[in-house]
Ligand binder design. Structure first.
Ligand SMILES: Cc1cc2nc3c(=O)[nH]c(=O)nc-3n(C[C@H](O)[C@H](O)[C@H](O)COP(=O)(O)O)c2cc1C
Length: 360
């Protein structure tokens, strides 16, 4: 029997992926009017359709979910029409795409908020670090703590965004539970110091995430839902015991039968959480951060993971699977054009041949 590697097909829920090379979610700050996706965005994703699965850039589920300029939302008709351009383009090229559902929570600034209001969060505690505003870098602000009675409305927005994603032609959704944004902030004890049923004990800190997962699964089907965690990435808010926290969070999402768990691993390798969390999750495990072809194949062959998400390599190489297959050199990514701008550094990275993305 052929050993498993990046080029082996993979079943995620009821979808069959032709390979295990996943395009990681990548915010590129290039939405058009009404923060809706454009034809340029559709072309960018279409060029990358040979990925086993594309996970879209994080898409805010509501106006308060924004924390960066020109990030495409998933809550207006105009945005859904824009996403339809993207999903049609990806499907035409034979690909599959999930929407990454996002609420930034306290990683924002009044300039990105409706009526210049304060961003919302579990507690009125600023995240460490800065935010880039149109007028320059500023410390992340002290957010407004959500009232208990407001929380069900946000959970409901996740369900609405899920239905919107389905309507816009996505193949599924990934819940963004990583990187200090709203769900991650509810989980971590440095960010969540609430005294109601959403804070304090571990069980209470899991509640917001659990309600979101339940709502999203209810709006579609667990087979079409994944979640992303980043247990040891804590620049935007730490936890006193991340392994215990994310073990409990993983057991919880496993109980909903989610199709996959996506781990953004620690910079210091190997990540201490990956093997532990895998043992508590029977669905597909996706790993990410600084993988090469060799490390990706090794992760799959050894059984550490089922598939590997690539971020920066997909920015610079629209035909990454083909390049891996042929052991072709990779294009270098231009960091200056990661966030914002037009086609330069976005849709102009060359493929090996003009028709490469149509193959597979
Ligand atoms: C330009 C850029 C934008 C990103 N945007 C997102 C995002 O929207 N959602 C997310 O979960 N991670 C985001 N990330 C993190 C990537 O998904 C990925 O974890 C990171 O690039 C590490 O993988 P790599 O070493 O293969 O690039 C972003 C990273 C970069 C470089």
């Amino acid at each position: 029997m052929k050993q498993l590697d990046l080029f082996s097909p993979l079943q995620i829920g009821d979808l069959t992926l032709p390979n295990r090379i996943i395009m990681a979610p990548l915010t590129r700050c290039r939405a058009g009017a009404g923060v809706a996706p454009t034809a340029l965005n559709a072309l960018y994703y279409q060029q990358r359709a040979s990925a086993g699965l594309i996970i879209s850039e994080a898409t805010p589920i509501m106006p308060e979910g924004h924390g960066y300029p020109d990030t495409p939302g998933i809550y207006t008709d105009q945005q859904l029409a824009g996403w339809r351009l993207v999903t049609d383009a990806v499907h035409e090229a034979g690909g599959r795409i999930f929407a990454q559902l996002w609420h930034v929570g306290r990683i924002s600034h009044p300039v990105f908020q409706p009526h210049q209001q304060l961003p919302v969060a579990p507690s009125a505690i600023a995240a460490p670090g800065n935010v880039m505003t149109p007028t320059g870098k500023e410390p992340l602000p002290v957010p407004r703590a959500l009232e208990t009675a407001e929380i069900p409305g946000i959970v409901e927005q996740y369900a609405t965004a899920t239905r919107n994603a389905q309507q816009a032609g996505f193949d599924g959704v990934e819940i963004h539970g990583a990187h200090g944004y709203l769900i991650d902030a509810f989980l971590r004890d440095s960010a969540n110091q609430r005294t109601d049923r959403y804070g304090g004990s571990l069980e209470n800190r899991l509640r917001f995430m659990s309600e979101v997962v339940e709502a999203v699964v209810g709006a579609w089907s667990a087979e079409r839902v994944g979640i992303r965690f980043s247990p040891f990435v804590d620049q935007k808010g730490a936890d006193s015991d991340p392994l215990a926290l994310f073990t409990a969070a993983t057991k919880r999402v496993a109980s909903f039968g989610l199709a996959y768990l996506h781990l953004r691993e620690a910079k210091t390798k190997p990540d201490p959480a990956t093997a532990v969390l895998r043992s508590h999750f029977s669905g597909v495990l996706m790993v990410n951060d600084l993988y090469t072809k060799e490390r990706g194949n090794e992760a799959i062959l050894s059984g550490r993971a089922d598939c590997v998400a690539y971020g920066v390599p997909f920015i610079a190489n629209p035909d990454l699977p083909r390049r891996f297959q042929l052991d072709s050199p990779l294009n270098e990514a231009d960091r200056a054009t990661f966030y914002g701008g037009g086609a330069a550094g976005y849709t102009d990275y060359p493929a090996l041949s003009p028709s490469t993305f149509m193959e597979q």
